[in-house]
Design a protein around this ligand. Structure first.
Ligand SMILES: [Zn+2]
Length: 273
């Protein structure tokens, strides 16, 4: 018998807290996770594991940020219903903690971009690329199965089991040929879906997330191209897959953002005082 053992990384839910989201540019509810290294034997976890970091996931845009638990007064255990009370319960000094940042966000919100100096503007343009970087590159370093690929894989397995064990199909019959055809189609769909998964991630999450953060800064295509060129050269060639013109398309597209969060759960920078 073959045995597998070692450690695996798992994310364990800890609770909820309010924080400033640099992508949404406002106070947002975050779900907090402990990142743990857990020993396993044949993929069965042994014990609760060792906490190595904490991450906070914005419940509005989905960006995940590394955080220190000490930054929060408390974590709320129940799902938040109101950002005001979440701030009071979990991060009461949010305005003081982000005073300088909120001042910049106020200028952006009031379209006073000319009052932002060149160095700060450059940092603001770089920021969303730096925030998405680990989650973007992670997909090329590890095999990630997204929803369509997972559905294709499970569907093909279910079809195969159904034809093999439930239907009594005679070899060489028309039913057997149809069954083989269906399983092959499922297999092909799963392969194609797996190959195109990273492209889908760029289209459905990377472009909208970058556009959401960059839109109020009114960037030029040249500014974005310079950032992408530097990232492709100095960080990873995978950044060539992100196209400046596509980001611009998303920036200028009418915002199709579906309000996933209730207005009570989002707070604009101007409302934070
Ligand atoms: Zn956000």
């Amino acid at each position: 018998m073959i045995y597998f053992w070692g450690t695996k990384t798992v994310h364990r839910k800890q609770g909820y807290a309010a924080d400033l989201c640099p992508i949404c540019r406002g106070a947002r509810p975050f779900q907090i996770f402990a990142v743990k290294h857990v020993a396993h034997f044949n993929f069965i976890p042994l014990g609760t594991g060792k906490t190595v970091a904490h991450i906070a996931k914005c419940m509005d845009c989905g960006i995940r940020l590394g955080v220190e638990l000490e930054e929060y007064a408390n974590l709320q255990k129940t799902k938040p219903h109101d950002i005001g009370s979440l701030i009071a319960n979990t991060r009461p000094y949010l305005v003081q903690d982000y005073q300088d940042r909120l001042e910049i966000e106020r200028l952006i919100k009031n379209r006073k971009l000319s009052e932002i100096d060149a160095e700060t503007r450059s940092q603001l343009l770089w920021e969303p690329f730096q925030l998405i970087e680990p989650w973007f590159l992670n997909r090329y370093e590890e095999t990630k199965i997204d929803k369509p690929t997972g559905i294709g894989c499970l569907g093909t397995l279910a079809l195969t089991c159904f034809f093999l064990f439930i239907l009594d199909i005679k070899p060489g019959s028309l039913s057997a040929k149809i069954a083989v055809g269906l399983v092959c189609t499922g297999f092909l769909y799963t392969i194609i879906s797996g190959i195109t998964a990273n492209g889908r991630h760029i289209k459905t999450w990377i472009y909208p997330t970058l556009a959401r953060s960059l839109r109020p800064l009114l960037p030029t295509i040249l500014e974005l191209q310079r950032i992408l060129d530097k990232l492709s050269r100095d960080v990873s060639r995978h950044f060539r897959k992100i196209k400046a013109d596509k980001i611009m398309e998303h920036i200028h597209a009418p915002t199709q953002r579906t309000e996933t969060l209730d207005a009570r759960l989002t707070k604009d920078v101007n409302q934070l005082h």
